[in-house]
Design a protein around this ligand. Structure first.
Ligand code: ADP
Ligand code: ADP
Ligand code: ZN
Length: 217
């Protein structure tokens, strides 16, 4: 039986960082809807062209676009493997469509893992975030700098800053999270799925250990 998890939390909470480690450790796939969208923007596909204006403004991409990504993924690559959803669902309609989809596919959701980080820390993390276009690795100039400034430790490619990590867009994304995404926790509390809250301000290793312990219980 597959084992699907949701990694939940505001922008900068560490979903990507923890999701990658967890996926490797547990043999799960990670689906970051943000990564899929950024890839579509880079490639200039129809989906990318539609999504870009929302992303640049720090707003959410329409639900139908997102559901399409998730449905294709569950029907294809992840048909027989558990998935860590990173950055999805982000609205109540997305959560309800995921409930229906998973029920149809007979894949019960195992847990919702909520990473909690205060907004002053989020703002600092997002302003210092750098990513590698070559291999996808994420760094932080304040908390986790690369050995050589501006270059990826793993593959040597140049690091870049996400366009939506500028201060004004970050403010907007945090507001959108509070308005449209955070209320989903109540939706999952009312469901059969376990909801766990984790202090995301601890070190990367500490958060990871806590997640693994929770899932092994
Ligand atoms: P999200 O996917 O939730 O937006 P990321 O995993 O991309 O978050 O992390 C945001 C930034 O904060 C990145 O630069 C990352 O290196 C850094 N970061 C992640 N987890 C921690 C942590 N526990 N402590 C300090 N910095 C962190
Ligand atoms: P972060 O967690 O750091 O905010 P993501 O990579 O998850 O970053 O998302 C970046 C942007 O992609 C969002 O601001 C939004 O425009 C879009 N996006 C990603 N996932 C979704 C989703 N599930 N629903 C709507 N928009 C999304
Ligand atoms: Zn790299």
């Amino acid at each position: 039986m597959t084992r699907d998890l949701i990694l939940f939390g505001p922008p900068g909470a560490g979903k990507g960082t923890q999701g990658a480690l967890l996926a490797e450790r547990l043999g799960l796939l990670r689906l970051s809807t943000g990564d899929v969208l950024r890839d579509a923007v880079r490639r200039g596909t129809a989906m990318g062209r539609e999504a870009q204006r929302y992303m640049d403004a720090g707003d959410l991409v329409p639900d139908d676009v997102i559901i399409g990504i998730v449905r294709d993924y569950l029907a294809g690559e992840a048909a027989d493997t558990g998935v860590i959803f990173d950055g999805f669902p982000r609205t109540l309609p997305q959560a309800k469509r995921l409930d229906d989809l998973l029920e149809e596919l007979n894949r019960p959701l195992q847990a919702v893992l909520v990473l909690e980080v205060e907004s002053d820390v989020l703002i600092k993390r997002l302003s210092g975030r750098r990513s590698c276009a070559g291999c996808g690795a994420t760094y932080n100039v304040y908390f986790d700098p690369p050995r050589e400034e501006g270059l990826c430790d793993r593959c040597g490619a140049a690091l870049s800053q996400r366009a939506d990590d500028d201060p004004a867009t970050v403010q907007r994304r945090l507001a959108v999270y509070a308005e449209q995404t955070e209320p989903l926790i109540v939706h999952y509390r009312k469901s059969d799925t376990d909801v766990h809250h984790i202090d995301g301000e601890q070190s990367v290793d500490h958060v990871q250990r806590e997640l693994v312990e929770l899932l092994e219980e």
